[in-house]
Design a protein around this ligand. Structure first.
Ligand code: FMN
Length: 146
């Protein structure tokens, strides 16, 4: 996707602003997802102790609609793969979801074998993939899906 950085221009400013981002790019396909009561699924690797820059850019642009109206009462599923550390990412989304009155369901998977000093493909964790599938099914059903 082509998503530009937030310019902090303030045009969207929730109080007295338009609530609409002036940058016209692929974010225009993302905003509508936050108008419907969908479950939001984020799947990302851990990069340098934090989320990827792409995901951070996307969240910066969500500033235009950052309110309980768009984020409240919603389920967020966060799937993180990592080698050594995942803390800040789960902590970050936990803080946001609790502030906006939504729910976080986080799953983490270490895709690095420390003893053998090698990365392990996610396909080698069928149990964790099944767990993720069941989490999606459970949260989807609870939020009115199939
Ligand atoms: C730029 C970069 C930074 C990374 N930083 C971390 C990190 O801080 N902590 C960590 O546990 N893994 C780190 N990793 C490893 C990734 O989390 C690892 O690639 C991921 O678990 C594998 O997911 P993937 O197969 O979807 O790429 C980093 C990888 C890259 C490429």
């Amino acid at each position: 996707m082509n998503i530009a950085h937030c310019r902090s221009c303030g045009a969207c400013g929730l109080e007295g602003g338009t609530g609409v981002c002036v940058i016209r790019d692929d974010m225009q396909d993302v905003y509508p997802a936050f108008s419907e009561p969908h479950v939001v699924v984020l799947a990302a690797p851990m990069f340098w102790g934090y989320m990827t820059s792409q995901l951070k850019t996307l969240f910066d642009r969500l500033e235009a609609i950052a309110s309980p109206k768009h984020f409240g009462g919603r389920d967020f599923i966060l799937l993180v793969t990592y080698r050594h550390y995942y803390g800040s990412m789960v902590e970050w989304l936990g803080r946001i979801t609790s502030a906006f009155g939504s729910r976080l369901h986080a799953m983490t998977c270490q895709t690095y074998d420390q003893d053998a000093d090698r990365d392990v493909p996610i396909a080698n964790f069928p149990g964790r993939l099944h767990e993720a599938f069941e989490l999606g099914r459970r949260v989807g059903a609870a939020s009115g899906g199939v």
